[in-house]
Structure formats: structure tokens, C-alpha cells
Design a binder for this molecule. Sequence first.
Ligand SMILES: *[C@@H]1O[C@H](CO)[C@@H](O)[C@H](O)[C@H]1NC(C)=O
Ligand SMILES: *[C@@H]1O[C@H](CO)[C@@H](O)[C@H](O)[C@H]1NC(C)=O
Ligand SMILES: *[C@@H]1O[C@H](CO)[C@@H](O)[C@H](O)[C@H]1NC(C)=O
Ligand SMILES: *[C@@H]1O[C@H](CO)[C@@H](O)[C@H](O)[C@H]1NC(C)=O
Ligand SMILES: *[C@@H]1O[C@H](CO)[C@@H](O)[C@H](O)[C@H]1NC(C)=O
Ligand SMILES: *[C@@H]1O[C@H](CO)[C@@H](O)[C@H](O)[C@H]1NC(C)=O
Length: 481
Amino acid sequence: MHINTTSTTLFIFFTTCTLLHLSVVSAAKCNPDDEAGLLGFKSGITSDPSGMLKSWVRGTDCCNWAGINCLFDNKRVTSLSLSGQSDKPNSFLSGTISSSISKLQFLDGLYLQNLQNISGTFPTSLFKLPNLQFIYIENNDLAGPIPEIIGNMKNLDVLSLIGNRFTGTIPSSISKLTKLTQLKLGNNSLTGVIPQGIQSLKNLTYLSLAGNQLGGKIPDFFSSLTNLRTLELSRNKFFGKIPPSISTLAPKLAYLQLGHNSLSGNIPDFLGKFRALDTLDLSSNQFTGTVPTSFKNLTKIFNLDLSNNFLVDPFPELNVKGIESLDLSNNKFHLKVIPKWVTSSPIIFSLKLANCGIKIKLDDWKPAETYFYDYIDLSGNEISGSAVELVNKTQYLVGFWASGNKLRFDLESLRIGQRLKYLDVSRNSVFGKVPKSVVGLEKLNVSYNHLCGEIPKTKFPATAFVGNDCLCGAPLQPCKA
Ligand SMILES: *[C@@H]1O[C@H](CO)[C@@H](O)[C@H](O)[C@H]1NC(C)=O
Ligand SMILES: *[C@@H]1O[C@H](CO)[C@@H](O)[C@H](O)[C@H]1NC(C)=O
Ligand SMILES: *[C@@H]1O[C@H](CO)[C@@H](O)[C@H](O)[C@H]1NC(C)=O
Ligand SMILES: *[C@@H]1O[C@H](CO)[C@@H](O)[C@H](O)[C@H]1NC(C)=O
Ligand SMILES: *[C@@H]1O[C@H](CO)[C@@H](O)[C@H](O)[C@H]1NC(C)=O
Ligand SMILES: *[C@@H]1O[C@H](CO)[C@@H](O)[C@H](O)[C@H]1NC(C)=O
């Protein structure tokens, strides 16, 4: 015991000496320009509640500061990388990006991700950094236009400005950034059209312009962008048809997201040739006609969202081994049953088939797997029988929506699991009492059924309970004594 303590003390003593020695030696090596550049950056930060920059102290080796990487041979700073964590409330930085960042002449990567509150305009001091290849300024609060001289940063490999408040058009000079492999400008407020010049970016593998206010037609220039694996154009104002040249992306494209636009016409046959396609989102557009039979060949599709269009029967039988997430809601389908390739999926977690013309008895539906289910939406069908067996089996269910069916079961028999947050069985023939266990839900709707008895104390509004046989108590009329 004694000997151990002594040797530990000695060990700590020697380690401390060695560390002190090391830091003195390396402090001498920290390049003065880099130190000045980084301390200048730090002085532009007005609030750092989680202490992300607390190791950034003058006179210590800046290569050892949090978020800093240096070249091994000359110890020049090559990357600055700070990132906030969404699960920690104080994990953000306020302030602006100081122009002194231009002193970091060896910087090749700037990663300022999820810091939430870094504001100001696009930092033009970055144009003075000849080696800069990677810019990730994501989920911050930068605003104003993306400057036209962005085209001068010819070495850029990745430009990601996702999740800021940039406005104006995408500069046409972007066509000069021919080394770009990733261009991510999603979740900003960009306007105008997609510049034709993007077709010069032949090495692009990732193009995301989703979540802006871009409009016009989607340009028909994809035959020069055949390296694309991800194309995200969702949540904009694009109209017209899916351009034919998208067919040239078939060998490699894995993600195609065009949802929440005003696209129209038929879903093209050629989409069935996209053998690598994992995610296809065409939701909330104005697509008409049938889903092409070529979709049988989409054997790798995991996530398919065709909801909120005007698509009609017949829906092809897919050959997928396992779908993870499917949404066909609110089209003009009359599926009659839940498709076999859905029922047999061993990995499905989200199934949304609202208003799909399904006419089954729910007790007869025996999904191969219920373990992964998070969401089931079967609203607006003609489904009869009881939801009890299904809901009881899906122990991790978060949301169950089945309003407007012919379900008939005792609400008190339904297992309201720990994870369940949303339950809507309104407009059915549900009977019995409202159980106390609904209190923990975030949203509940049991209106227009045959429930009776006193409502337990909950936060839900009257519209969640109206239209039943004899429910009483707040928020409805008091029960008779
Ligand atoms: C974000 O930054 C602005 C301006 O710099 C400041 O007024 C605001 O208090 C900051 N927000 C938080 C949560 O610190
Ligand atoms: C595009 O990628 C290829 C293959 O990786 C590479 O040889 C070429 O130099 C790149 N083009 C540009 C402009 O960087
Ligand atoms: C963009 O915003 C949407 C909606 O808020 C969000 O679901 C998505 O994850 C965001 N995308 C990125 C890449 O941050
Ligand atoms: C599926 O792919 C095979 C092989 O490429 C092709 O012969 C067949 O016509 C395709 N099926 C449909 C329905 O397009
Ligand atoms: C469903 O779960 C509830 C509550 O846990 C239980 O009372 C009921 O007997 C179960 N019913 C079925 C059919 O599993
Ligand atoms: C409950 O559902 C009914 C009919 O489906 C609807 O009119 C009402 O607004 C809903 N109320 C709540 C709180 O969701």
C-alpha cells in the first residue's frame, strides 16, 4: 500500500516534469502568425458557455488547443474544427468569424459545425487562404449573399454552408470550382434558379440544395454529373418534369430527394434502373399516372416516399428484401391490402399508408417483424377489427395513427407503451373508458367513437374527446354525480 502510493507519487512527479518540459519546448514552436490568427478568432467569439475555447491560451502550444491540427513537420495550423453537440444545451458559440483567420496561411480545412449562433456575413478573409480545400460552416447563423468571388477558391474540394440564413442567388462563378466533390447549400434562403454552370463540376458526388426557395425547372444537365451519389433538391419551388438526363445517374445514385416541390408529369420509367438507389423521395409534388412497373427492379430501396401526389393503381409488387420506411399516403391508390413485400420486411420502422384504400381486418395482418416499428399510419382506410394485438406487439412504437377506419376494440385493452407519444384512433368504433395511461402521451385523439365514463386529468383539448357516447369530465361537460 505504502510502496504503491510512493511510486504513484513519483510517477506523477516525473510525468508532470516531462509534460512541463514538452509544453515549454513546443510552445516555442507555435508559429506566431497562427497563434495571432487563432487568438484573433477567439476574440471574435463573444460567448462560449461550454468552454470550447478554454484551452486557447497565449504562450501555450496552439497545436495542442482544442479543435486544432498542425502539420507534423513545420507545426503550421492546417485545420480549425469546432462543433456543437445538439444534446448539450450550452454547446454553442456566439460572435463572428474574425478576419484575423487569414493569418492561418496553411489552413486547408475550416469546420465550424452546429455552433448555432456564429453570425455575420460570409467570411471574405477566407479568400486569402491559398490552401483551403474544405469549408464546413454548418448550422450556424451566417447571413447575406454567398459572394460572387467564391469562384476564386479554385482548390475547394467541399463547400458546405448547410443550415444558415444565406440569401440571394447561387453565384454563377461556382462553375469555376471544378475540384468540388461536395456542394451543400441546403437549409438556407437562397432564391433564383440552379445555375447552368453547376454542370462543370464533374467531380461532384454530393449536391444538396434542399430547403431553399429555389425555383424554375430542374436543369437537364445531369449527363455531365455522373459521379453523383446524392442529389437533394427537396423543399424548394421547382416545377416541371423530372429532367430526362437524370437517367444517366443510374449506376451510382443512392439518394434522390425531390420532395416538397411542384413537380408534375409521370414518374419516369428509368427510375427503375437505379440499381444503387437506397432513398427515393418524391413526396408532396403533383405527380400523376401510375408508379412504373420497372420499380420491381429497385431491389436496394430502403426508404420510399411517394406520399401526397396524384398517383393511381396499380402499384407494382416490389422485390425488396427489406424496406425500412414507406410512405404512400394521400394518393389515389386502392391497395386493398398491405403489400406482401411490406408485411415480410424484417427491418421496417415506419409504415405510412393513409388513405390508400386498404380494406383488411387488422387482426389478420401479421407483420414478420414488429420490433423495429416506430411509426404506423393507417388513417382513412376501411380497416376493421381490433388494433390491440398489433399495438401490444409493437413495443417500441412512437406513433400510431388510424383515424377514420372501422376499428372496434376496448381502449382499456390497448397497451400504451413507454415510448408511445402520438395516438390517434378518432372516427372509429372504439369503446370502453379512456385509461389513465394516456396522460403521458404528447398527442391523443379519441374523438368520434363510442367511449364512455370519466376522462382522466390530461392536457388534451376537448376536440380530442368530442363525439363519443358518454364521455364526461374536463375538458368536456362535468360528470353527473
Ligand atoms: C446569439 O448571438 C446574438 C448576437 O451575437 C446575441 O444577441 C444572442 O444573445 C446570442 N444567443 C445566445 C443564445 O447566446
Ligand atoms: C476529378 O477526379 C479525378 C479522379 O479522382 C481526378 O483525376 C481529377 O483531377 C479531378 N478533377 C479535378 C478538376 O480536380
Ligand atoms: C434541414 O432542415 C430540415 C427541416 O428542418 C431537417 O429535417 C434536416 O435535417 C436539415 N438538413 C440538414 C442537412 O441539416
Ligand atoms: C428489370 O431488369 C431486367 C434486367 O435488366 C430487365 O430485363 C427487366 O425488363 C426489368 N423489369 C422491368 C419491369 O422493368
Ligand atoms: C394488451 O396489453 C394490455 C395492457 O398491457 C393488456 O391488458 C391486454 O390484455 C393485452 N392484450 C393483448 C391481446 O395482448
Ligand atoms: C381529432 O380528430 C378530429 C377528427 O378526426 C379532428 O376534427 C380534431 O381536430 C382532432 N383534434 C385533435 C386535438 O387532434
